[in-house]
Design a protein around this ligand. Structure first.
Ligand code: NOJ
Ligand code: CA
Length: 687
C-alpha cells in the first residue's frame, strides 16, 4: 500500500468514525446524585419516548412523548430524527422573599433534544429534561422555524407509564373547580366520573375519567411519586386521563367550548414543565422545592410592600349566616363599626390584617353586578383604612366576580388604583360559578391567562393576589412573589354549610401531600367553636381544637386567617398559640408523616430563634414521640404544648385541650397523644 492510499484510508475512517459518533447522541441524563435517570429514545417510527429510573429501578416505564394534535394541520408526533442533543449542569442557591424557607438549592442536570421531522414540513420540536435529586421536569419547545408560525393545539399527548397498580390519592380532573374531596384507591379503581354532580360545588365539569394534579402515589415498594406541572403560562392546565388497562396516564388539556382548540400559541414558545417528584419518605415530597425551582427567577424588583401576616375578618360569620355580604337582609356584615371591632381585636392580638368581604356594591340581585370601587353606604372605606393604619392593621381587599370575568377585567385598573391610593396591598379574588365569557372553563388557557395577567397587572399597583376558585398553583410565586396564596381546594367554609358533612377528619392529612405540593394554601384555620350549634345545628368542623391550632404550621401560607368569630377567641387560653405563631419561615422540616394518616411539621420563624411545630392525625388516635434535635445546640427553650385533652375526639369532645409548658433543648424527647381527628401545636421560644 502506498503512503497516500494509507493516509486517505486513515482519513476516511476518521471521517466515518466522527460521522457515526455524531449520530450517536447522548440521550440520557442523571440527577446530580445519580439516583434519578432519564433515558430518551426515538422509536422506529421516529416517535420520542422517555423512561425514568430511581436507583436503577424503573419508576416510569418507556412512555411516549406523543406529540401534539393540531387543528387544520397534521399532528406533530413521529417521523423525527435527532438533529442535536446537549447536556448541561446548573447549580444555584436563590432566596425566597417569603416562604417555607429562605434559601433554596436549585441543582439539576439538563438534557436538550432537538428533533426535526424527516419529511414533508420538516417541523421542529425540542424536548428539555431537567433532572434533580428529588425528581424531574420536562417540557416541549417549538423553536422558530420556516413551516410553522402558529399552532392551534387540540391536545398534547404525554404519557406516564406506571410500573404497577399503585395506591393513589386523587381528585377528579374537573375543568372548572378543585373543590373535591381526595380519594384513596388503587390506580385501577380511579373513577372520576363517579364525582360528576358532586353536591355543593358551584361549577363543575368532569368530561372523562381523569385526575387533577398534584396527584400522589405510593408504589408497592414504598416509593412516593407525585405528578404535577410547573410554570403554567399561556397554556391550558394538564389533567391526567386514566388508562387502567395499560396502567398509564395520558395528558388531557382543558378545553374551551368557544374556540374549538385548547391552546393557541405563536411559534416560538414552550409548554409548562411536566413534573414528577420522587421520594423515599412521604415527608420529603413536602420538603421538595422542585416546582418553584422549575419557575423563572423573580421578575418583580421590589416586593417589600407585601408582608406575610395573620389576619381576621368578616368571613366566617358570613358562612355561618350571622351576617350577609349584601345589605338587603338587614344583617350586613361589612359595616364600618364591625370592621373597626376587628381592627381593635387584631391590634390587641398580634394580628396584622383584616379581610372585609361584602363591602362593595353588587352582592344583592338588582344591583347590576359587581362594582369594585363603590362601597355600601354603611362602610366608610377611607375611615376604616385610616383607623387601621392608626392601629397598625392593614385592610385586605375583596373582589368577588361570581365568574363574570369580563366585568372584572374592565374594572381591574380602577380597582387596583383605588387600592394603591388607599395603601391596601392585597386582595382576595373570587371566581365562584360559571364563567362569562360563556364556554370557558376555570382551568383553560383563557383563564390561565386571566389569572396570570391579574398578577402582572396587580404588581404594577403594588397589589398581591390571594385567588379563590383559582387556577392551580404551579410555582409562579417564584417569578411573581405577589402571588401570595390561593384556595384551589375545599376550604374551611365547606364545614359551615356542606350537605355531605364537610371535610372529613382525614382530609388535611391528604391535602398536605397533594394540593400543598403545588404551593401556599388559604385554608382559613382556627375555628374554636367546633360545633357552632348557635348558628348551624347540622354542620360542624371535623377536627379537635388542637388540630385547628396545628394547621397554622402544617398547612403553609404567607397569609393565615384566624377565622373564627372574635367572641369565640376571647378568654380561651388556646388563642395564645395563634397570637404567637409565625407566618414567615427560615426553615421547614417534616418530622414524620404518612399520606392520609398523619403529618408533623416544624418551622423556624424568620429572623428569630423560635420554632413552631404542628402535628395532625386522621380519624385515628395516635401516640408520637418527638425529638427536638433540629434545635440549636446548647440552647434552652420554653415549649408551650397545646395537645388534645383527655378523651378529646373530633366529634364527641372536640374542644378538650391540654396546655402545658416545659423547658427543652435539642436533646429533649416528648410524647404526645393525638385524639381521633386531633393534633397538637407547640411554640418553642428561646429563653
Ligand atoms: C368563595 C370563597 O372561597 C369564600 O372564601 C368566599 O367567602 C366566597 N367565595 C364569597 O366570595
Ligand atoms: Ca371556595
Amino acid at each position: 500500500m502506498n503512503k497516500s492510499l494509507k493516509l486517505s484510508l486513515v482519513l476516511i475512517s476518521i471521517l466515518l468514525f466522527s460521522c457515526s459518533k455524531q449520530l450517536d447522541w447522548q440521550t440520557t441524563v442523571a440527577s446530580p446524585d445519580d439516583n434519578v435517570k432519564v433515558e430518551f429514545k426515538l422509536t422506529e417510527e421516529g416517535e420520542p419516548t422517555y423512561l425514568v429510573t430511581y436507583k436503577n429501578k424503573e419508576v416510569i416505564k418507556t412512555s411516549t412523548l406523543g406529540g401534539f394534535d393540531l387543528k387544520d394541520m397534521a399532528s406533530i408526533k413521529d417521523n423525527f430524527e435527532i438533529t442535536n442533543a446537549t447536556t448541561s449542569n446548573f447549580s444555584e442557591v436563590w432566596e425566597m422573599p417569603w416562604g417555607e424557607q429562605t434559601k433554596v438549592e436549585n441543582n439539576y442536570k439538563e438534557l436538550k433534544i432537538e428533533l426535526q421531522e424527516k419529511a414533508d414540513l420538516k417541523r421542529k420540536l425540542t424536548i428539555v429534561f431537567r433532572v434533580y435529586n428529588d425528581g424531574l421536569g420536562f417540557r416541549y419547545a417549538f423553536p422558530e422555524q420556516e413551516n410553522l408560525s402558529e399552532v392551534l393545539i387540540t391536545d398534547e399527548n404525554t404519557q406516564f407509564n406506571l410500573t404497577g397498580n399503585h395506591t393513589v390519592w386523587w381528585a377528579p380532573g374537573d375543568w372548572d373547580i378543585y373543590e373535591h374531596l381526595y380519594n384513596t384507591t388503587k390506580f385501577t379503581e380511579i373513577d372520576a366520573l363517579s364525582k360528576v354532580n358532586y353536591p355543593n360545588i358551584a361549577q363543575s365539569y368532569i368530561p372523562q375519567n381523569a385526575v387533577n394534579t398534584p396527584v400522589t402515589m405510593k408504589t408497592s415498594e414504598g416509593l412516593y411519586l407525585s405528578f404535577h406541572e410547573a410554570s403554567l403560562v399561556d397554556y391550558s392546565e394538564m389533567t391526567l386521563k386514566i388508562d387502567k388497562e395499560n396502567l398509564a396516564m395520558n395528558s388531557e388539556l382543558v378545553g374551551s367550548e368557544r374556540t374549538g382548540y385548547k391552546v393557541k400559541r405563536a411559534v416560538p414558545f414552550h409548554t409548562p414543565w411536566r413534573t414528577l417528584q420522587i421520594a423515599k419518605k412521604a415527608g420529603d415530597l413536602i420538603e421538595s422545592k422542585l416546582i418553584v425551582n422549575l419557575n423563572e427567577p423573580n421578575k418583580l424588583s421590589d416586593i417589600s410592600w407585601f408582608k406575610p401576616t395573620k389576619y381576621t375578618g368578616i368571613w366566617w360569620e358570613l358562612h355561618l349566616g350571622k351576617s350577609t355580604w349584601g345589605m338587603a337582609s338587614g344583617k350586613h356584615g361589612a359595616t364600618t363599626v364591625n370592621t373597626k371591632a376587628f381592627i381593635d381585636f387584631s391590634a390587641k392580638n398580634n394580628i396584622g390584617a383584616v379581610l372585609v368581604e361584602g363591602w362593595n356594591n353588587g352582592w344583592d340581585p338588582n344591583e347590576g353586578g359587581f362594582d369594585y370601587v363603590t362601597p355600601y353606604p354603611d362602610y366608610d372605606i377611607k375611615e376604616v383604612v385610616r383607623y387601621g393604619k392608626e392601629k397598625g392593621v392593614e385592610i385586605i381587599m375583596h373582589h368577588e366576580t361570581f365568574g363574570n370575568v369580563e366585568n372584572y377585567i374592565k374594572q381591574q385598573d380602577t380597582a387596583y388604583a383605588l387600592m394603591q391610593s388607599l395603601g391596601i396591598h392585597s386582595v382576595k379574588t373570587g371566581y365562584v360559578g360559571k364563567l362569562m365569557p360563556k364556554g370557558e372553563y376555570h382551568h383553560g388557557q383563557f383563564m390561565v391567562n386571566h389569572y396570570n395577567n391579574t398578577i402582572e397587572k396587580a404588581a404594577k399597583y403594588q397589589v398581591a393576589i390571594n385567588a379563590h376558585e383559582p387556577i392551580k398553583d404551579t410555582g409562579l410565586r417564584r417569578t411573581y412573589p405577589n402571588t401570595i396564596s390561593r384556595e384551589g381546594l375545599r376550604g374551611q367554609e365547606y364545614n359551615a354549610w356542606d350537605s355531605q358533612g364537610g371535610n372529613p377528619p382525614e382530609y388535611l392529612s391528604i391535602v398536605a401531600f397533594t394540593r400543598m405540593l403545588a404551593g401556599p394554601i388559604d385554608y382559613t384555620p382556627g375555628i374554636f367553636d367546633i360545633k357552632f350549634d348557635k348558628w348551624k345545628k347540622d354542620n360542624q368542623v371535623n377536627t379537635t381544637i388542637a388540630q385547628q391550632l396545628a394547621l397554622y404550621v402544617v398547612i403553609y401560607g404567607p397569609v393565615q386567617m384566624a377565622a373564627d368569630l372574635m367572641e369565640n377567641y376571647e378568654g380561651n387560653p388556646a388563642f395564645q398559640f395563634i397570637k404567637d405563631v409565625g407566618v414567615d419561615w427560615q426553615t421547614t422540616k417534616v418530622l414524620n408523616g404518612e399520606i392520609g394518616d398523619f403529618v408533623t411539621i416544624a418551622r423556624k420563624q424568620k429572623k428569630s430563634e423560635n420554632w413552631f411545630v404542628g402535628g395532625i392525625t386522621d380519624e385515628n388516635a395516635r401516640e408520637m414521640e418527638l425529638k427536638f434535635d433540629f434545635l440549636s445546640p446548647d440552647t434552652t427553650y420554653e415549649a408551650i404544648i397545646y395537645e388534645d385533652g383527655k378523651d378529646a375526639h373530633w366529634n364527641e369532645n372536640p374542644t378538650a385541650i391540654n396546655i402545658r409548658k416545659m423547658e427543652i433543648s435539642n436533646k429533649s424527647n416528648l410524647k404526645v397523644k393525638l385524639a381521633p381527628g386531633g393534633g397538637f401545636a407547640i411554640s418553642i421560644i428561646k429563653k
